[in-house]
Design a protein around this ligand. Structure first.
Ligand SMILES: Cc1ncc(COP(=O)(O)O)c(C=O)c1O
Length: 407
């Protein structure tokens, strides 16, 4: 598509969109009309390399042929039954996802926040019915700097003022400890603690990687004190870090996997919690649900995602490209970049505040045909689709270097 074939002007379209939407986002002034693999095109035909991948929801790239084919085929068959009836894609999806996680049972939802809410409800119910915590006394330990979604319960245990302020009163029952601090978790655990809920790597927080041994330590503490380890792998999981789950880096299996984003292949919202029968078995009919959770289209796409992950090919690709990413970013240290954290194909890049804000860097990148997202003022989060070619990745990083070193 070229500008002459499509006379729409991105700027006008952007302003039209902004004028009719709540300003709960501050998007870059780009209006995308189609995309393929790691590339997006705007309404004027300009091409951009996607270094965000829908916050990891597009791990397999835009318009992945296998995922699109699965969605198309399912659209012609059946799209929704509700869970009042069982459909013929449900068993395969739940079995495949359960097997990928090495767990008995799957509870499908739609968005990440719903999956986190589900994990909270299940942990509390498990606490009362299995652990024997007195009614309404259940306590869940969370980490400072967390991001688990936007519902009122979840923002209530966020320490980000933007996410939290003005939305109270909040749900009680959460205790916040510093991220990466095992001793703080141990000190916070008491007889009423039902779960430790953490991100194995904090994504929204700026790709914050905990010290080695942290996840293993949480696993051991949880086992020792009869507490559930609920790992929010919504952004970190499903191939992004070079392994299926970020917990795999420490050979750790949580009690509850919380999954979302890439599980929907960038096509539909698909989330789930996955756990063994002794945990998820606490739910009975009427106690939790979702009209759209586990719908046939979601299951068809989700099953294809799981099948793709089963080969290990995408995880290997993330690991391989991740080496290039880290090496190239490290050359920028001291040249406009003051910090780099990577795991697999995922990076937090702290730009020197002297050269401008993260937002300014992202705007300059956009002008060079690269789309990325800032977080927390001066950090750029890079999460390219795992299908990005090494040439394209390096070209995108050249643009970053040009922006940070010329500012
Ligand atoms: C770790 C984590 N948990 C939960 C969520 C919430 O997911 P959703 O936006 O699909 O509700 C996100 C979204 O960024 C996330 O990164």
């Amino acid at each position: 598509m070229t500008a002459t074939q499509n006379p729409t002007h991105a700027r006008e379209e952007f302003e039209r969109a902004e004028s009719r939407t709540a300003h709960n986002y501050h998007p870059l002034p780009v209006v995308v009309s189609h995309a393929e693999g790691a590339w997006m095109w705007d309404v004027d035909g300009r091409r951009y390399l996607d270094l965000l991948a829908g916050y990891s929801a597009l791990n397999f790239g835009h318009s992945h042929p296998g995922l699109i084919a699965a969605a198309h085929a399912q659209l012609d068959q059946l799209t929704l039954t509700s869970r009042a009836f069982v459909h013929d894609r449900f068993a395969d999806f739940c079995a495949a996802l359960g097997d990928l996680c090495g767990k008995d049972l799957v509870l499908p939802m739609n968005t990440g926040a719903e999956a986190v809410e589900t994990a909270i409800k299940v942990s509390r119910k498990w606490g009362y019915e299995v652990k024997g915590v007195p009614a309404d006394q259940a306590k869940i330990i969370v980490a400072a700097g967390n991001f688990h979604g936007r519902t009122t319960t979840i923002v209530g245990f966020s320490d980000d003022p933007d996410a939290r302020d003005g939305f109270g009163p909040f749900t009680p029952g959460f205790v916040t400890v510093p991220y990466g601090d095992l001793a703080a978790i141990e000190a916070a655990i008491d007889a009423n603690t039902v779960a430790v809920l953490i991100e194995p790597i904090q994504g929204e927080g700026g790709i914050v990687i905990p010290p080695d041994g942290y996840l293993r330590g949480i696993r051991d503490l949880c086992t020792q004190h009869d507490v559930l380890f609920a790992a929010d792998e919504i952004q970190a999981g499903l191939g992004r870090t070079g392994k299926t789950f970020a917990c795999d880096h420490e050979d750790v299996v949580p009690d509850i996997y919380i999954l979302g984003k890439a599980l929907g292949g960038g096509i539909v919202p698909v989330s789930a919690i996955v756990a063994d029968r002794d945990v998820l078995g606490v739910l009975r009919p009427g106690q939790h649900g979702s009209t759209f959770g586990g719908n046939p289209l979601a299951c068809a796409v989700g099953l294809t995602v799981v099948e793709m992950l089963r080969t290990g090919e995408h995880q290997a690709r993330a690991a391989e490209l991740g080496i290039l990413l880290r090496e190239r970013l490290e050359t920028m240290l001291g040249h406009g970049v003051v910090g780099v954290r990577t795991r697999g194909l995922w990076a937090g890049v702290d730009v020197d505040p002297a050269i401008g804000t993260g937002r300014m860097v992202c705007e300059a990148l956009m002008a060079r045909g690269v789309l990325a997202k800032d977080t927390h003022g001066s950090t750029i989060r890079l999460a390219p689709p795992l299908v990005t070619s090494s040439e394209d990745l390096l070209w995108g990083l050249d643009q970053l270097e040009a922006v940070v070193s010329s500012a």
